[in-house]
Design a protein around this ligand. Structure first.
Ligand code: ADP
Ligand code: MG
Length: 355
């Protein structure tokens, strides 16, 4: 622990450094705790130690918190969408372990600026997402807050031990794959922020969101990839490592590479970016690749597969191969469209803390 006499700024550690710092001395004492801190979800064995082996059942647990003014702005986020998103982002972490979510608990802290009707809206969105994913709300906590809204959701899932996919088990030479496309949620956010600013300055002007439904929806109503673990089962494919993309592609591939003790090469020209995302990013003078690398909130799945499994994914329009894992000494690189190599860096919320 740090000396009491000195004050260390959070910004000196950053998000991941802070988590590591606070959790480094945790000692797991229960045999049933298979994975503690350090992946998308914790893994807890449900099978008594003596009958372990094939068929071991596990429970997956993951928590995420959304804070008004940090993670969402109610000026343009409808409460129903917020409820839907709060559930989706939590379930995404369970799918990222190749597991099936079954229950959630929901805790909220609310100020009196919210009406009962407003919170009903929030819950209708949460229930819609739960219905879609066949998940039960089984409890939670409700308390007051001086200002704004805070939502904390814990998701619980199930999987057989042998099906669970961790972040730290990629192998050298593995292909790096990503589902869907990236950067849209971030560009959607820029658009909503711009329209908010215009609205605040000239309230009579109607927001101009025409033709941008896709990126707006990616920001306001992200979908957790329930279909991907199902697809793996159908393809008889078990990726070697997996993580969901909440903080941006760069940050997530660095987790897989660092935790697996490997390097990686990502190819800029392979990164899937939707045309609306591309064009709108350009309108904002943003580099679409940077939006994909550092934007975040895509809630797509990033995974690595053995090269021998290439035929299983190659014809799938929803999966793109964007690079491969290399020896650690080769570093973690982005190979640009021009063919030059750049070291990948992650932003997470470190950038926010340094403001
Ligand atoms: P994700 O982006 O997948 O939600 P995070 O980056 O939030 O994951 O967290 C990484 C790991 O650190 C997870 O295993 C999470 O449970 C753990 N973690 C995060 N914050 C804390 C905390 N305050 N105390 C203990 N563990 C934490
Ligand atoms: Mg995650």
């Amino acid at each position: 622990m740090l000396e009491n006499t000195e004050r260390t700024e959070l910004s000196s550690l950053g998000e991941f450094g802070l988590i590591k710092h606070l959790t480094q001395f945790i000692e797991l004492v229960n045999e049933s705790t298979i994975k503690g801190v350090g992946d998308d979800a914790a893994v807890i064995s449900l099978t008594p130690p003596l009958s372990k082996g094939e068929g071991e059942k596990c429970m997956l647990v993951s928590t995420d918190m959304l804070v008004e003014g940090v993670h969402f702005d109610l000026t343009y986020v409808p409460l129903k969408h917020l409820g839907y998103k709060a559930v989706s982002v939590n379930l995404s972490d369970i799918y990222a372990m190749n597991a099936t979510p079954k229950q959630i608990t929901v805790s909220i802290a609310v100020s009196n600026k919210f009406s009962v009707e407003a919170l009903e809206e929030l819950y209708s969105g949460m229930m819609l997402a739960c219905h879609k994913h066949k998940v039960d709300i089984v409890g939670g906590d409700t308390t007051t807050n001086k200002s704004g809204l805070l939502i904390s959701i814990t998701a619980i899932g199930e999987a057989n031990a042998e099906d669970i996919i961790y972040r730290n088990t990629a192998k050298e030479g593995d292909l790096i794959c990503v589902t869907g496309d990236l950067g849209a949620a971030y560009v959607g956010l820029q658009l909503l922020e711009r329209e908010k600013k215009i609205f605040l300055e000239t309230p009579n002007v109607k927001p101009d969101l025409e033709g941008n439904d896709y990126i707006i929806e990616r920001q306001l109503k992200p979908e957790a990839r329930k279909d991907i673990p199902e697809l793996f089962k159908k393809l008889e494919l078990k990726p070697t490592a997996m993580i969901d993309i909440s903080d941006g592609l760069a940050s997530e591939i660095l987790h897989i590479a660092n935790d697996s003790d490997l390097g990686c090469n990502l190819y800029e020209d392979k990164i899937p970016v939707d045309p609306t995302t591309y064009n709108t990013a350009r309108e904002f003078n943003l580099d679409p690749t940077i939006c994909a690398l550092n934007g975040g909130e895509d809630y797509e799945l990033l995974f690595t597969i053995d090269q021998a499994d290439f035929p299983k994914v190659k014809a799938n329009p929803d999966i793109t191969i964007i690079g491969h894992m290399t020896p650690k000494n080769d570093g973690t690189n982005l190979i640009t469209k021009g063919g030059t190599s750049h070291a990948l860096t992650a932003q997470g919320w470190d950038a926010i803390l340094k403001k």
